[in-house]
Design a protein around this ligand. Structure first.
Ligand SMILES: *[C@@H]1O[C@H](CO)[C@@H](O)[C@H](O)[C@H]1NC(C)=O
Ligand SMILES: *[C@@H]1O[C@H](CO)[C@@H](O)[C@H](O)[C@H]1NC(C)=O
Ligand SMILES: *[C@@H]1O[C@H](CO)[C@@H](O)[C@H](O)[C@H]1NC(C)=O
Ligand SMILES: *[C@@H]1O[C@H](CO)[C@@H](O)[C@H](O)[C@H]1NC(C)=O
Ligand SMILES: *[C@@H]1O[C@H](CO)[C@@H](O)[C@H](O)[C@H]1NC(C)=O
Ligand SMILES: *[C@@H]1O[C@H](CO)[C@@H](O)[C@H](O)[C@H]1NC(C)=O
Ligand SMILES: *[C@@H]1O[C@H](CO)[C@@H](O)[C@H](O)[C@H]1NC(C)=O
Length: 290
């Protein structure tokens, strides 16, 4: 009897932190998906953006057969976004972003004015290096970010590499979560070494009403833990979440980073993602483990 109630207490303790919050969107990739699954409208992500002018998602996405991330469970698999010399995005025929190499997924329901950027939401994702397709940390990369609906700022950005504006000599092999890039002084909310062969699990509780962010982090199968307090950060302007790689050019005193800077040719780079979803945290619900 005592043993049973101990067990049910354990079950209760587990249930309170499990992925039980209502979902806003689910970007997890079902078992059985292929790269072509990302070209059709059953994809969890938009099929038209953001990638090189003459590409499709099926030419960009790779599905690596590796350990699944924290929230992928048995039903979902990781995905990899790759960059090549063809990763030149053209928002229009006359605006060709030769300064960048880009491939970023936007959740299918996240059209810029949908509820994913209102109220209180927790964004989950896990990110991992591909040793066979290393990034070039002489460059700055944006891996995960929210870009406002008017394309005037990023309310938060997870970066790696040589990040403009950071002190000379800073380790480029970090994952650095920055706050709103239009702030007078861009705040680093959290950072961690971008170690290889490890899943880096993140959850960001975004209070769009209060303009605050709280960051949770863990590695591999460990439960998420809070790594920051609730920090003020301007989250206004709605917009779209991006998951992938936006590689910036190198060079000093650039006036238009979308078109200027140096990009070496012959690249074959990738970043692996798992467990992308957003849950509704209005009543404080945040999943810390599956
Ligand atoms: C994935 O890797 C495992 C072993 O690591 C292997 O048993 C399995 O067949 C592989 N699956 C595919 C689809 O290649
Ligand atoms: C896309 O293809 C067209 C036609 O071949 C070519 O002119 C253009 O440069 C290509 N765009 C990119 C970004 O490679
Ligand atoms: C975006 O999605 C919301 C619902 O989630 C909808 O009300 C709105 O009309 C959509 N906007 C566009 C431009 O499709
Ligand atoms: C990495 O980037 C730097 C700066 O663009 C470049 O000089 C170097 O050749 C690149 N390395 C590789 C391996 O492409
Ligand atoms: C990384 O975090 C540590 C611990 O909070 C902090 O001391 C350090 O300044 C941070 N570095 C960067 C580049 O944000
Ligand atoms: C979000 O911010 C609002 C406004 O400050 C506050 O009333 C609410 O309690 C916050 N929600 C959570 C879950 O922290
Ligand atoms: C970049 O701008 C700074 C400040 O205006 C200037 O001192 C420096 O010479 C410039 N560097 C190059 C390579 O143009």
């Amino acid at each position: 009897m005592q043993f049973l109630s101990f067990l049910s207490l354990l079950a209760l303790a587990t249930a309170t932190s499990a992925q039980k919050c209502q979902l806003q969107f689910d970007g997890r990739v079902p078992v059985g998906s292929t790269p072509a699954s990302f070209d059709v409208n059953t994809s969890p992500f938009g099929t038209k953006n953001v990638f090189g002018q003459n590409l499709t998602w099926s030419k960009i996405i790779v599905l690596p057969n590796i350990t699944r991330s924290l929230f992928d469970g048995t039903a979902n698999i990781p995905l990899e976004v790759t960059l090549s010399d063809a990763s030149i995005f053209a928002p229009s025929a006359t605006n060709i972003q030769t300064g960048f190499r880009r491939a970023e997924l936007n959740p299918a329901s996240n059209n810029g004015t949908d509820p994913s950027t209102l109220g209180v939401k927790t964004l989950h994702f896990s990110v991992r290096k591909d040793n066979a397709r290393p990034l070039n940390i002489s460059h700055e990369y944006q891996l995960v970010f929210l870009e406002d609906a008017k394309f005037t700022t990023n309310q938060f950005v997870l970066k790696t590499g040589t990040i403009a504006g950071q002190p000379a000599g800073q380790n480029p092999d970090l994952l650095v979560l920055q706050g709103n890039v239009n702030a007078p002084v861009i705040e680093n909310l959290f950072n961690v070494s971008f170690t290889a062969n490890v899943w880096h699990n993140f959850a960001l509780t975004l209070n769009f009403t209060a303009n605050t962010v709280q960051t949770f982090y863990s590695q591999n199968a460990a439960a998420l833990a809070s790594v920051t307090g609730v920090v003020s950060n301007d989250l206004s302007g709605q917009g779209q979440f991006h998951f992938g790689a936006l590689k910036k050019g190198t060079g000093v005193n650039l006036t238009d980073v979308t078109k200027q800077g140096f990009q070496e040719s012959g690249i074959n780079e990738g970043v692996i993602y798992g467990g992308i979803f957003e849950e509704i945290s209005t009543c404080g619900c945040v999943s810390l483990c599956p």
